[in-house]
Design a protein around this ligand. Structure first.
Ligand code: ZN
Length: 301
């Protein structure tokens, strides 16, 4: 078994994941916003010890802990370079955790990578060699499975599917470029097009109920998202494309037209398997816990 941490801007969730990739113990606390990272690390160590106690094990017996962080990790997988939601900037997270838990092997990953890894071991990507995960929320994140394991970039920087260009000269992105996938496929895009909606679900629900203006917005969204997915299918010819995040909860109302458009637009006109990500809120914990296994498999390959 392994411990997985899903550290997010609103909460820290941690769990023990057994060899069947199931969470057998879980603890969640609000994220201590504004506290120095050392204090957050102490809290995490306390959670790890409590979880070990929950399953009547010691940390030395569990040995491995993984952490999913919504931000950029250095190429060595040791420091959090930037995680804006956490207020983490150049935080030596691995070193700090190892200092308090020397008996544990600590691994850190970006949250989108962890989510893709979770889907590989326990969700929509089981048995896949090549798969793409896109999370459609406030931002657009993405993770890749290549050769049957999580792919963190050839040089180890990571992959940024949300910052591929979708519209040359398009809207300004948080990264400073214009027309990134994120600017046209995130949830705020849906809200911005509407005169009344305060969240993306309102637009989607109105479109489902037949509101013409909302349906037009939603159709444009599907058009944009399908083009982003086609860039992925043309590049990788993946076995599965899974979508997570709030917008994916639109269900078949989103997936049915998306599949049809990807079939039409993709070079091979293949009916690519496009499905909802299956792990939802547990993806971070499971993916973080699976980092040790991913590393072992990478070494074996
Ligand atoms: Zn961007």
């Amino acid at each position: 078994m392994q411990i997985g941490f899903d550290v997010g801007g609103s909460k820290i969730a941690a769990g023990i994941v057994n060899k069947n990739k199931k969470i057998i113990a879980k603890r969640v606390i609000p994220f201590p916003q504004g506290k120095p990272y050392q204090e957050i690390v102490s809290t995490m160590v306390g959670m790890a010890k409590a979880l070990a106690g929950d399953v009547e094990q010691t940390l030395a017996e569990i040995r491995s802990v993984g952490v999913s962080v919504p931000g950029t990790i250095d190429r060595q997988g040791e420091r959090v370079i930037d995680a804006h939601n956490l207020g983490f900037h150049d935080v030596p997270l691995k070193e700090a955790l190892t200092l308090h838990m020397p008996e544990m092997e600590v691994r850190i990953a970006n949250d989108a990578n962890a989510a893709a890894l979770a889907e590989l071991h326990a969700g929509a990507f089981r048995g896949c060699r090549t798969a793409v995960l896109l999370t459609l929320g406030t931002g657009v994140g993405g993770g890749l499975i290549l050769g049957g394991k999580m792919f963190n970039g050839g040089l180890g920087h990571g992959v940024e599917l949300g910052h591929m260009c979708l519209q040359f000269g398009g809207p300004l992105c948080t990264c400073g470029n214009l027309g990134c996938v994120e600017t046209l496929c995130n949830a705020p895009w849906l809200i911005r097009q509407s005169s009344q909606a305060t969240d993306a679900k309102m637009v989607i629900d109105a479109a489902k109920e037949g509101d013409v203006a909302a349906k037009n917005i939603f159709d444009r969204y599907v058009d944009q998202l399908s083009s982003a997915i086609v860039s992925c299918t043309n590049l990788l010819d993946p076995e599965v494309v899974a979508l997570g995040g709030g917008v994916s909860l639109a269900g078949e109302f989103l997936f049915a037209p998306l599949r049809e458009q990807v079939l039409r637009k993709s070079f091979f006109h293949h009916p690519y398997k496009i499905v909802p990500a299956t792990l939802g809120n547990d993806a971070g914990i499971i993916g973080a816990a699976m980092l040790a296994i991913n590393e072992a498999e990478a070494a074996r390959i």
